[in-house]
Design a protein around this ligand. Structure first.
Ligand SMILES: Cc1ncc(COP(=O)(O)OP(=O)(O)O)c(N)n1
Ligand SMILES: Cc1nc(C(=O)O)sc1CCOP(=O)(O)O
Ligand SMILES: [Mg+2]
Length: 222
């Protein structure tokens, strides 16, 4: 395996779906399959919060969702849990500022995809230096999907990062929908990352497809 290129990473970030069992009343497999049918380009397994599976149950669910992603040729990223990612040979890991140090994670995962959360220029620079393949920047808008989220920063944070010379692929996160995806892309994101816009939709397939359309339309306009 070789490291993903920056251009490939940007393509993959278009519609980055994040989910775990607490995010939907429907079975996770069903929601993910519908989202994949709708065209999501990257998936993150984030099994945390009330009622989340742990231990062997968590690993078994991860493997079922990973198999689905493989069927669709969509990379499978594990949130926080580097050990699980290595044990099931996931395609990558996402860590935040309070998780395992990004540099150590890069050493452990070799060429797998490494995503790091960043909230400002300093954290973005540090993530680049640690070997991140992309940064997740948020929350852009208020979110109900993460209890310990920071204050919403608005799309301007993306502009500030780009103006400061941050060139690494950026995925925006937090309160993003098909209706605001365009302004997020125009502010400097390479893609959008969502939980509720897809997981809480009556039709995850239609929701994913609308997001992809919005992201593609914004890319054409650049
Ligand atoms: C794509 C993406 N961006 C940001 C996050 C948030 O990561 P973190 O700050 O570690 O918070 P948790 O998701 O672990 O609660 C993310 N998961 N994905
Ligand atoms: C997992 C996560 N991380 C965030 C951050 O700001 O780092 S916001 C968030 C939740 C995103 O869910 P929704 O699309 O439902 O708002
Ligand atoms: Mg984390």
């Amino acid at each position: 395996m070789t490291r993903i290129t920056s251009e490939e990473m940007k393509e993959r970030l278009a519609v980055y779906f994040i989910m775990g069992t607490p995010n939907s009343e429907k079975p996770a497999e069903q929601v993910l399959e519908e989202a994949l049918d709708g065209g999501v380009t990257l998936f993150q397994f984030r099994e945390k919060g009330p009622g989340a599976f742990k231990g062997e149950d968590k690993a078994a669910l991860a493997q079922r969702l990973q198999r689905l992603c493989r069927t669709y040729g969509v990379p499978f990223i594990v949130n926080d849990d580097v050990e699980l990612a290595m044990a099931i040979d996931a395609d990558g890991v996402h860590v935040g500022q309070d998780d395992e140090d990004a540099r150590r994670v890069r050493e452990k995962i070799g060429d797998k995809i490494l995503g790091v959360s960043a909230h400002n220029v300093e954290e973005a620079m540090a993530a680049m230096a640690a070997g991140a393949d992309y940064i997740g920047v948020g929350p852009i808008y208020p979110t109900r999907s993460k209890d310990d989220a920071n204050e919403a920063q608005g799309p301007d944070i993306l502009r500030r990062l780009r103006e400061a010379g941050i060139t690494i692929p950026i995925v925006a996160i937090g309160g993003i929908t098909a209706d605001n995806a365009r302004e997020v892309m125009e502010a400097g994101a390479d893609g959008v990352s969502v939980i509720s816009a897809i997981a809480s939709s009556p039709s995850p397939k239609a929701a994913a497809s609308r997001l992809l359309e919005a992201v593609r339309a914004a890319r054409v306009k650049r």
